[in-house]
Structure formats: structure tokens, C-alpha cells
Ligand binder design. Structure first.
Ligand SMILES: C[S@@+](CC[C@H](N)C(=O)[O-])C[C@H]1O[C@@H](n2cnc3c(N)ncnc32)[C@H](O)[C@@H]1O
Length: 276
């Protein structure tokens, strides 16, 4: 296995484990974020949509509401557990124009020009080779097609401190900050890889937890477990206690822990061939 194949399979494994608990804790970040993403992408009735890294399908459902019976939604994910869960949720909607497939999220296998919109909700920073992936997504779009993705602009201070507390017990990873670290970086990266007409907006989304235990359960149930998984078993109790102490600073007057996350929504169109 090459290094990038190993990385890809470890991301898929993390999400496969997460899939079992994902969204189970009445903490729904992806649904509101998916609705905003669909709105910013300017989805219209009758359009054909691909979502890469569709997870449990929250954004697919939001897209389906807009494209209606004359459009279609297709989700791909690298985790079999996520594909199963998203398929079940779409089946509950009895829609004949939606589907979910297990596929390589960096290079989903579709005919060129199959979609009006490619969506990616909170996943582009997990791509093994984001430059190659963005170039591939451009080929899947029809003329006038667009890509829309969300990234975190600013996490809650308490969340950063709690992750920092866990990280003290885990081996350090290299501190590469990636092409999605800020607005200027995103614009430059998209221009370098064949996109233009970039529009970036920000919204602040809130997630609520009953208490620190609830927050920690949720951490195990999404991509955050990747950090927890790196803590040696003998240190896990101390890492948990340190993180729970930090997250307490998000306690609001009504008694809940409230984390606010600034989310960045980016929409861009592939350059016309003459300008690539
Ligand atoms: C944060 S979740 C996405 C939530 C989802 N978009 C939604 O709106 O509900 C990220 C998803 O991307 C998938 N994913 C991200 N990078 C991946 C990779 N390199 N290989 C396989 N799957 C990946 C994960 O399996 C996971 O389901």
C-alpha cells in the first residue's frame, strides 16, 4: 500500500467507526450546515447534484428538497458504514432520483459532465490530494456547473483548548496547515487548480451539549475521534479529564455547553477551457 493509500484507508476506517455513533446524540451540525451549503450553491429545481464525502446523508436530503423530482442527488463516501446509513435515510424518503455509492472521494467514478453541482460539506480538508480531487471534480461538471464546499473558519475557543488538552497526551502530527486554512489561501488554491468566480461567505453555527460527557461522546462519533484514537490507552482517562475541564468554559447561562463555529462556504466555477 502506498502512503496516500494508507492515509485514505485510515480516514475511511475512522469514519467507519464514527458512523456507528454519528448524529446519535441529538447534536446535529451537518444538517444546518448542509442547508446553508445548498443555499449558497444556488441549487435549483431539476439540477443534478453529486455530494462527495456524503457521510450519513444530511446534505443529500437538503439538496433533494430543492432539486425535486426532476433533478437528482448522488452521494459518494469512502466508508461502508456511512454509505449504509445514508442509503437507509434516502430510502425512507422513497425518492427514485437519489443514490449513494461507496467510491473514492478523491476521484469518484462518473462520466465527465454528469452534474450541475458538486457539494462537499466539511470534508475537503480530509482529501488525500485536494488539488487532484478539485481538478477531477471540475471534469464531472457540465458547462455552467459549480462546486460548493464548507470549511471551518474559526472553531470555538473552548473547543480549541479542549483539543489542545487531548493533544498533550497524543503523539504530535506535522503541523501542515493546508490549502483551506483561510480565505486568501482558498482563493489562490482554486485559481491554481482551474476555478474562477469564487464567492466566499461565512455563517456562525451553534451546537449544544448537555454537559462535558455528552460533548466527549460526540467527539468519538465523528472525525474528532482520530485525535482520541492516538492517545495511549494508559493516558486516556487523564486526557478525557483535561479536555472536559477545558470544554466547561463553554457553559452558557441556560446550563448547556454551547460551542459556536464560524463556517466558511465557498462556491466556484471551473474556468472555461480557453482560460485553464
Ligand atoms: C464530516 S463527514 C461529512 C458529513 C456529510 N458531508 C454531511 O453533510 O452530512 C466527512 C465524510 O467524508 C468521508 N471522507 C472524507 N475523506 C475521506 C477519504 N479520504 N476517504 C474516504 N472517505 C472520506 C468520511 O467517510 C465522512 O463520511
Amino acid at each position: 500500500m502506498s502512503t496516500s493509500e494508507e492515509l485514505e484507508s485510515s480516514i475511511a476506517d475512522t469514519f467507519d467507526l464514527s458512523a456507528r455513533g454519528y448524529d446519535r446524540f441529538a447534536v446535529d451540525l451537518f444538517r444546518p450546515m448542509g442547508r446553508v451549503l445548498v443555499d449558497r450553491a444556488g441549487l435549483r429545481s431539476g439540477e443534478h447534484v453529486l455530494e462527495v464525502g456524503c457521510g450519513r446523508g444530511s446534505t443529500l436530503l437538503a439538496a433533494l428538497d430543492v432539486v425535486g423530482e426532476t433533478g437528482s442527488v448522488m452521494g459518494v463516501d469512502g466508508s461502508p458504514g456511512m454509505v449504509q446509513l445514508a442509503t437507509a435515510r434516502l430510502r425512507d424518503r422513497h425518492s427514485a432520483n437519489s443514490d449513494v455509492r461507496l467510491d473514492d472521494v478523491d476521484k469518484p467514478n462518473f462520466q465527465p459532465g454528469s452534474f450541475d453541482v458538486v457539494l462537499a460539506n466539511l470534508m475537503v480538508f480530509q482529501l488525500v490530494d485536494p488539488a487532484a480531487a478539485l481538478r477531477h471534480y471540475a471534469t464531472l461538471l457540465r458547462p455552467h456547473g459549480r462546486i460548493a464546499f464548507s470549511t471551518v473558519a474559526a472553531p470555538d475557543r473552548a473547543f480549541v483548548d479542549a483539543l489542545g488538552a487531548i493533544a498533550r497526551f497524543a503523539p504530535k502530527l506535522s503541523a501542515a496547515r493546508g490549502p483551506f486554512r483561510g480565505e486568501a489561501a482558498i482563493r489562490g488554491f482554486l485559481a491554481d487548480h482551474g476555478y474562477e468566480r469564487v464567492e466566499i461567505t461565512e455563517d456562525v453555527l451553534e451546537i449544544r451539549f448537555r454537559d462535558a460527557e455528552h460533548w466527549l461522546e460526540w467527539m468519538w462519533a465523528h472525525g474528532g475521534r482520530e485525535l482520541l484514537d492516538r492517545v495511549p490507552t494508559a493516558e486516556l482517562a487523564r486526557a478525557r479529564a483535561a479536555a472536559m475541564a477545558e470544554i466547561e468554559s463553554a457553559r452558557s447561562a441556560d446550563g448547556d455547553l454551547v460551542l459556536t463555529t464560524a463556517v466558511r462556504f465557498t462556491v466556484a466555477a471551473p474556468k472555461t477551457p480557453a482560460r485553464v
